[in-house]
Design a protein around this ligand. Structure first.
Ligand SMILES: Nc1ncnc2c1ncn2[C@@H]1O[C@H](COP(=O)(O)OP(=O)(O)O)[C@@H](O)[C@H]1O
Ligand SMILES: [Mg+2]
Length: 282
């Protein structure tokens, strides 16, 4: 699991702490959404977990390994923990798609054969084969995001951190992205996504963490966290649309569905169709 103990952090030359005595535990192999208002520290927390920002105090463990900031340790740490930035342009370094993905692999000191095999595999997994030799500046932001994710996944991380990954995606790309996430999750990767996109988080995650003023203010499964209206109002978080619709349905219908929350439009449609049929029969 990921364990953060008494973490304190502030930006260089700043007096204000973003996190002070911050604690968090994330079980292994979960789909975790990190939520909170703009400026609540989601991005900062991901940078701290990846070791890109150095904590002033406290400890971060991944599967019993303590994050140490010595360059050798950091290199090892980043083999296990991958991060994609909100803006993929900050992440991509080399000329073409294939060169960029290979660049990260070269840093792992793998054999040429293994680099070739891993490159081919991720190009296939992320449907980038036709773009392999395309210069990065010819790509759309959505495509660049896919290349950045492919580059990180080529390194086989155990924990994947994604910062606002749905920002540049249209509906179609978003559905593809959900499938990509499912595949990554099924490979055994734990995924932590920082997002302000509550509808996406609701559809995807199985564990929700809300941070506010440098503290975890609420965490748990959907059924629990979205029932805490007072806390969510306090931190000005609106409820996911599907959750709201579900709660306007009559109680006996929810009962018939075994109180099973619809987590995407398809599931909600099935429930509504059932209501329609019952109305006709009645
Ligand atoms: N490079 C920086 N230097 C100083 N303050 C920063 C820097 N980056 C972020 N902050 C501040 O840290 C706080 C948390 O920001 P951030 O982690 O980006 O929040 P979120 O991702 O939840 O929107 C904000 O108050 C923000 O202004
Ligand atoms: Mg952010």
């Amino acid at each position: 699991m990921l364990k953060i103990i008494n973490l304190s952090s502030r930006y260089f030359n700043q007096t204000k702490y973003i996190f002070s005595q911050f604690n968090l535990t994330i079980p292994i192999h979960k789909k975790v959404a990190l939520l909170g208002q703009n400026g609540s520290g989601k991005t900062t927390l991901l940078l701290l977990i990846d070791g890109l920002l150095k904590a002033e105090n406290g400890s971060i463990y991944w599967e019993q390994e303590l994050l140490k900031y010595h360059p050798k340790n950091i290199k090892q740490w980043r083999k296990r923990i991958g991060l994609t930035f909100q803006n993929p342009e900050q992440q991509l370094v080399a000329g073409t798609v294939a060169e960029d993905i290979s660049f990260g692999l070269c840093n792992l000191q793998l054999s040429k054969q293994e680099i070739k095999e891993r490159l081919e595999q991720v190009l296939k997994d992320f449907e980038l084969e036709l773009l392999a030799n395309e210069p990065l500046h010819h790509l759309s932001l959505g495509q660049k995001r896919r290349v950045a994710l492919a580059g990180v996944m080529a390194l086989n991380p155990e924990l994947l951190l994604l910062d606002e990954p749905t920002t540049y995606l249209d509906q179609h790309q978003r559905n593809n992205f959900l499938q990509e996430l499912e595949r990554i999750y099924e490979q055994g990767t734990t995924i932590l996504i920082a997002t302000h996109d509550l509808n996406f988080a609701y559809q995807w995650a199985d564990w929700f963490i809300f941070i506010h003023e440098g503290k975890v203010i609420l965490e748990g499964e959907a059924n629990y966290v979205f029932n805490q209206r007072q806390i969510l109002e306090q931190i000005k978080i609106q409820l996911p649309i599907l959750w709201e619709i579900w709660h306007t349905l009559p109680p006996d219908l929810k009962q018939q569905n075994n109180q099973q929350l619809p987590r995407n439009i398809e599931e909600l449609k099935k429930i509504i169709c059932r209501i329609g049929k019952q109305t006709v029969i009645d």
